[in-house]
Write a protein that binds this ligand. Sequence first.
Ligand code: HEC
Ligand code: HEC
Ligand code: HEC
Ligand code: HEC
Ligand code: HEC
Ligand code: HEC
Length: 437
Amino acid sequence: MNKNRFKIWAIASLMAITTPTFAQDAPNADNGKKLYEANNCGSCHALDKKMVGPALRGVHERRSEEWLIQWIRNNKKFRESGDPDANKLYQEYGGAAMNIFENLTPAQVLDIVEYIKTAPAPSAPKTTGPVVDSNAGDQDDSSTKYILLILVAVFAIVLMVLARVKNTLKRIAAERDGDVESSKKHDRWYQKFLPEKLGKMNPTVLAIFTTLIIGLPAAWYGYKFGITEVGVQKGYAPTQPIAFSHKLHAGELKLDCKYCHSTVEESKSASIPALNTCMNCHKGVQLTDKYHGEISPEIKKIYAALDYDPEGMPGKEFGNNPKPIRWVRIHNLPDHAYFNHSQHVVVGKLQCQSCHGPIEKMEVVQQWSTLQMGWCIDCHRNTGIDAANNNYYAALHSKAQKDLKEKQNHSQYFGPDGKVKITPAMNGGLECAKCHY
Ligand code: HEC
Ligand code: HEC
Ligand code: HEC
Ligand code: HEC
Ligand code: HEC
Ligand code: HEC
């Protein structure tokens, strides 16, 4: 988290250094928008609705420029200086503290205020109901396809049986009428579909022959299907006990994944957040406007799970009968495979999205990748790693440099575009023991 703060601070300072000319001019809304985004104001504020902090539209009407500069740059110092409005506001928000942004210059704060002042009014409100992401449809499509195929097969069998019955009846009728000639001729119903030689074959041999021709490819297909599709949960998107939306929290509110999946950089597992993390905001965010004065039923589930009484006496809101929420686990490798997040996110510098897809657009999380061995291996063969700037690869990097200089097996170091490319595969990323105990 510190690293993140540092990043934000670094970006903002860079902007401060590179935009000195603006500082002299009238406030610049475009610059303000960039600063608003770079400093993640949107993770706690929206322009038109109360979130963790107040809705900001019109704030320039209720506060002076001087007040806003002091508040935004260092609200703590400002409160401690005894400003009554600042302290009142802080109390209204139950002591939820806003970050300190001393890296912003007064002129930059005014840019942000200008942006808030001039930002266009919102368009139609978005729905937050549990809409399944359209990509989840992939799997349904393929299963409908299989159902159709099966139906066609059943239909064909029914037709064949009917044809057979009809022929038998015809033959019986012919025999009864003494028309031996015609009964012989139509002896076997399939004869008219087949070349004469085949048609005259012993029916048992013919049956075995046909079974082989149709059965073998079907069996092969079934085998392929079994090893590549069965157990693969790509697209799996179970309904969760609380309609938590990544689209809203990670997308619209722009919360950092690590705010909730806090162990992802340090450990093997990414971890699912405790409900206390939700309470940082949902003690206050109850969506009563949306539910005509009632607390949102989904937020009530969080309260129930923590045995929290929003009306309770201060200090006694939490009862002692919590019932933890059981989130349905979506991604799950078999026990014999070892996967480590830290290695991929920190050492490999991969984005979550390269494996989990556009989570920030998913109303309901779905498994985006197959998680099969072939998927791991493909990426290890094809992803370039930054071997030059990472101590973890020091040995590999010097070996590669040496090989390239001496032109030894050096073709392996070039990607299809002719540029040097070092992959996890060269670092043992294809060794069985790295992924299997
Ligand atoms: C971690 C959450 C958080 C972040 C990030 C944050 N704020 Fe705030 N902000 C708050 C809270 C909470 C309040 C209400 C006062 C309090 O409790 O401190 C507030 C109050 C304010 C106010 C006063 C509003 C009023 O009605 O008087 C302004 C202006 C403001 N924030 C602007 C910003 C700007 C600009 C940024 C980004 C540079 C920002 N905030 C980032 C949480 C945040
Ligand atoms: C506000 C907290 C929060 C934020 C921010 C957040 N998540 Fe989550 N995440 C959750 C919760 C709660 C669950 C379990 C419920 C669910 O699956 O929706 C979850 C589930 C997941 C899962 C599925 C876990 C499983 O069961 O296999 C993945 C993958 C995931 N999040 C990735 C991300 C990524 C990537 C981001 C950033 C773009 C992100 N999350 C941001 C709270 C959060
Ligand atoms: C940084 C603040 C923040 C955190 C942390 C947070 N939320 Fe939210 N959440 C919000 C805001 C703001 C909204 C309301 C958006 C709106 O007005 O539509 C919201 C909306 C929701 C809703 C929709 C409620 C409804 O009836 O429409 C659910 C459910 C929800 N959050 C669950 C969670 C859960 C579960 C967690 C913890 C894993 C969590 N939130 C963490 C800020 C947060
Ligand atoms: C290289 C691919 C890859 C990347 C990058 C990646 N994940 Fe995962 N993630 C996985 C796999 C594979 C699993 C299943 C792990 C298991 O079952 O042991 C998983 C599982 C999860 C889970 C379920 C809980 C757990 O740890 O098993 C969450 C939550 C999650 N990832 C979040 C994230 C977040 C947040 C990021 C980015 C910071 C991220 N992942 C980056 C591949 C990846
Ligand atoms: C999107 C690309 C991608 C996918 C998918 C991926 N990996 Fe990786 N993996 C990497 C990169 C990049 C590294 C290099 C980082 C490193 O060496 O630690 C790496 C490194 C590793 C390492 C460490 C190798 C070493 O350097 O000693 C292991 C083990 C590993 N991955 C296991 C897995 C498993 C298991 C899966 C599938 C469940 C998987 N990976 C899927 C990109 C990926
Ligand atoms: C980059 C990581 C990685 C490497 C390297 C790797 N595997 Fe796997 N392997 C996996 C994962 C992940 C699974 C689980 C896939 C699944 O459930 O479909 C798996 C599954 C398997 C299975 C179970 C069969 C199956 O399809 O579920 C066998 C057997 C296996 N691996 C053998 C090997 C052998 C032998 C090697 C070395 C030549 C090897 N693996 C190298 C990641 C790896």
